[in-house]
Design a protein. Structure first.
Length: 279
């Protein structure tokens, strides 16, 4: 049985030790790396940095590993880097509704974003807007948008559709979507990993289990609510959890497919809202 540890993707500042639990060297194509810092472009090559595992430490009788946020260094092509930066135009960092946690959100049209329910509220309560807000990436001026109203949240699917104040459409655009379920493909993700700013990773392999995607694109705390894209850059799901297994072929991350989010929203969401979002 696959065991989930949903809290492992949120509240990164509260924990000093953890692990890149999805790390499977056989499936990873590109490890986590920063998109807006520690970047050097040389011709058609981009030198990037990202988090990696270091020394082992005991945590609650389970083995875990310390996470360093600047030790892994490698290169990717300029075309690949620019593709990731383009996807980041609709991916935002997020602050939870009680102000204690950090996560990720993705823009889907109008003034609406999708994120995890546990990013909006760690107790899975659909409370009135308080401190929840999203922040655009540096290319878009790092502007922040406050929460106006949580439209709908679902604990089982771990998502929230949230309306923001202001005019998000002035700064960004909704990504292309892929609602059809397709397994065994290359996927990439973006997330506010460790609350250190947006990072990206990429891996091969995607499996559907019930209403969950299982994938092995590396992530870490803070990636909750972030987008999962296929290799064509189409949004296919929202990341929400990971297994307790540290590394290897049985270590997976979990995302909710957009197909099931759309079906849930269509049950009772105002048609005028559905007409504004890309779903």
């Amino acid at each position: 049985m696959i065991k989930l540890i949903i809290s492992s993707l949120l509240f990164a500042p509260l924990l000093l030790t953890a692990t890149e639990k999805s790390l499977n060297e056989e499936t990873v194509i590109t490890h986590l790396h920063y998109l807006y810092k520690s970047v050097k472009i040389k011709g058609d090559t981009v030198h990037v940095k990202g988090p990696m595992l270091s020394k082992r430490v005991p945590v609650n009788e389970e083995s875990s590993e310390r996470f360093s946020f600047k030790k892994r260094k490698f290169t990717i092509s300029l075309d690949e880097f620019n593709f990731e930066k383009a996807l980041a135009q609709n991916t935002f960092t997020a602050i939870s509704n009680d102000g204690t946690g950090r996560g990720t959100a993705v823009y889907i049209g109008g003034n609406f974003i999708l994120t995890n329910f546990h990013v909006y509220n760690r107790e899975y309560e659909m409370t009135a807007c308080k401190t929840f807000k999203v922040k655009l990436n540096p290319d878009l001026g790092s502007k922040s948008f406050a929460c106006k109203k949580a439209i709908k949240c679902n604990k089982e699917l771990d998502y929230c559709l949230v309306e923001m104040k202001g005019d998000l459409a002035k700064y960004t655009h909704a990504p292309n979507l892929k609602l059809e379920i397709e397994e065994n493909q290359i996927v990439r993700l973006l997330g506010n990993v460790g609350s250190k700013g947006l990072q990206a990773s990429k891996a091969r392999g995607l499996v559907l289990k019930g209403k969950r995607y299982l994938h092995q694109a590396p992530l870490f705390k803070g990636a909750s609510g972030g987008p999962l894209f296929n290799d064509s850059g189409e949004l296919i799901g929202i990341n929400f959890a990971e297994t307790k297994i540290l590394r290897g072929s049985k270590a997976y991350n979990f995302a909710t497919p957009l197909k099931f989010i759309k079906e849930d929203l269509e049950q009772d969401t105002d048609p005028s809202i559905m007409g504004q979002i890309a779903l």
